[in-house]
Design a protein around this ligand. Structure first.
Ligand code: ADP
Ligand code: ZN
Length: 517
């Protein structure tokens, strides 16, 4: 039977998608492979079909015990004998499966990594006695510290190649930047793997960033126009998911919360309600979503700043799996960025901290883009993309350029006069000549005090934000955020360097630059 014939026979599909066929061919040839395909792209088929065509057994390692049953049930429905072994089963059930494995009745066996390699487990030696033709690692990014969903038990999989040296391994994920890809290959000890990276572009999703000012009201405005739609709202903390869900219910929205701290029953119930459209809004931490197959999610809102692009992109990818127009909206505040910077510092692990901070920085850059957001996302995953997608907020906004040289000189001299020891809010109040007692008396005597009174606070925030982006100012963390000059500042102050600002024609609606206060 050819792969195409098997596709017809077992799945009833007429053609392969993306690079499925090439991937399957490589796997049938016995080569290790790393497969990156967006969520909903059809990764499962890439190992399920070889499992059917190869003699013997295929092991599938998956982190999500809760989803194994569904996957196995649907395989069995398609006439492919599959089973799983996990902690939810009685010992009788497990023994029954062991017997079926021994007699060669099963083509695919789903396992969590800790079931395979846990200290109590004698399973490895048993499985080694069987003809294992292929090992598939689902959600392979979980093995990487640099990924956004590291799971320590995945590290046990570094034993795979020692235990099964002859068996080809295919690692699959929907989310991995270069670093994470490298880590997956190394930790799994893949042998010259064939790499398949499908396009990550999701053309039906529109990307938007809005400045977070009065986030709750902003959210209500957003939801008011989408009452009939299903959506996910991601928050950073568990508490805020529950609070926000309660607030939304009080406003008449069918909303529930989801986070890792809820008991299993509540989690399952809330998830079910969402899948069955009994609730429209799921307010969740990033614990929600992996492996969830709901096709009609119309929007994903990030109410707080995500920690990195990988996680963000994975989460936005849960919108619009049915291919219909959908939205990804991020509420950005520099305050969030600042908070996350602190979390990103891992005590005693310099390298880890550095990488986490770099990833956060890339996320912040995304939030402040004045170029196509989709292009940035695609480039982040090393995929070429033109500079205009026509369907992100930046592409949809008209910009004008203004000469900002004098404004920049004012801002930089204020920072300099204040000896580079104050944060954004203070600098702006100082520039605007605020009468507030917070401004020190000696500063009120300075010549620079009040030279920026002609501009509003919001204007100054925008301009200072742009100066940071353009590298003429920087923010350092001295326990609190402080504005400082950079090596490039000098030329501006001396009048040797012209500055341009880019402003949206309609500033309120467009992506706006924010600075921490
Ligand atoms: P992933 O694991 O990449 O998120 P799945 O493997 O769950 O995606 O596939 C998503 C959906 O697409 C499933 O319903 C699957 O049956 C379907 N699918 C996969 N490959 C094909 C194909 N070649 N033709 C049509 N539908 C497909
Ligand atoms: Zn664009």
């Amino acid at each position: 039977m050819t792969p195409l014939q098997a596709l017809h026979k077992y799945y009833g599909y007429t053609q392969f998608r993306h690079q499925q066929e090439a991937i399957i061919q490589q796997i049938l040839n016995g080569r290790d492979a790393l497969v990156l395909m967006p969520t909903g792209g059809g990764k499962s088929l890439c190992y399920q079909l070889p499992a059917v065509l190869l003699p013997g057994l295929t092991l599938v390692i998956s982190p999500l015990i809760a989803l194994m049953k569904d996957q196995v049930d649907s395989l069995n429905l398609n006439g492919i004998p599959a089973a799983y072994l996990n902690s939810t089963q009685s010992s009788d059930e497990q023994q029954n499966i062991i017997n079926r494995l021994r007699s060669g009745d099963i083509k695919l066996l789903y396992l969590a990594p800790e079931r395979l390699f846990g200290s109590e487990s004698r399973l490895v030696s048993f499985l080694k006695s069987l003809p294992v033709s292929l090992i598939a690692i689902d959600e392979a990014h979980c093995i990487s510290h640099w990924g956004h969903d590291f799971r320590p038990e995945y590290l046990m999989l570094s034993n795979l190649k020692t235990e099964f040296p002859k068996t080809p391994v295919v690692a699959l994920t929907a989310t991995a930047d270069q670093l994470t890809r490298h880590d997956i290959k190394e930790k799994l000890a893949l042998h010259q793997p064939a790499e398949f990276v499908s396009s990550f572009n999701r053309p039906n999703i529109t990307y938007k960033v809005v400045p977070k000012k009065n986030s709750y009201n902003q959210l209500l405005d957003f939801l008011a126009e989408r009452k009939e739609d299903s959506g996910i709202i991601y928050c950073l903390s568990r508490v805020s998911t529950e609070d926000l869900a309660a607030d939304l219910r009080a406003q008449g929205y069918a909303a529930e919360a989801y986070h890792a701290g809820l008991d299993n029953e509540t989690k399952a119930r809330n998830q079910d309600k969402f899948l069955r459209d009994e609730i429209k809004v799921m307010v969740a931490t990033i614990a929600f979503g992996m492996g969830i197959n709901k096709s009609n999610v119309r929007y994903v809102v990030h109410y707080d700043l995500p920690k990195n692009i990988e996680g963000y992109y994975q989460e936005t990818g849960r919108a619009g799996r049915d291919g219909l127009p959908s939205e990804a909206v991020l509420f950005f505040s520099a305050g969030d960025a600042f908070k996350l910077q602190r979390f990103a510092r891992v005590e005693g692990n310099e390298e880890q901290s550095r990488i986490m901070l770099k990833k956060l920085d890339d996320m912040v850059k995304y939030s402040q883009l004045q170029t196509c957001r989709r292009q940035y996302l695609m480039h982040y995953f090393n995929e070429p993309f033109p500079d205009h997608c026509g369907s992100c907020d930046v592409c949809l906004t008209e910009f004008k350029k203004i000469d900002g040289t004098v404004i920049a000189q004012k801002a930089l001299s204020a920072v300099s006069r204040l000896n580079q020891r104050f944060g954004n809010t203070y600098v702006i109040d100082f520039l605007r000549g605020s009468k507030s007692e917070k401004i020190r008396e000696e500063h009120k005597q300075l010549k620079t005090y009040g030279i920026g009174a002609d501009l509003s606070k919001a204007d100054w925030q925008r301009y200072i934000g742009q100066l940071i982006l353009q590298g003429y100012l920087q923010i350092t963390d001295d326990g609190y955020p402080i504005l400082k000059l950079t090596p490039a500042s000098d030329a501006v102050l001396k009048g040797q360097q012209k500055i341009e600002f880019t402003l949206a024609e309609n500033i309120e609606e467009a992506a706006e630059i924010q600075t921490p206060s």
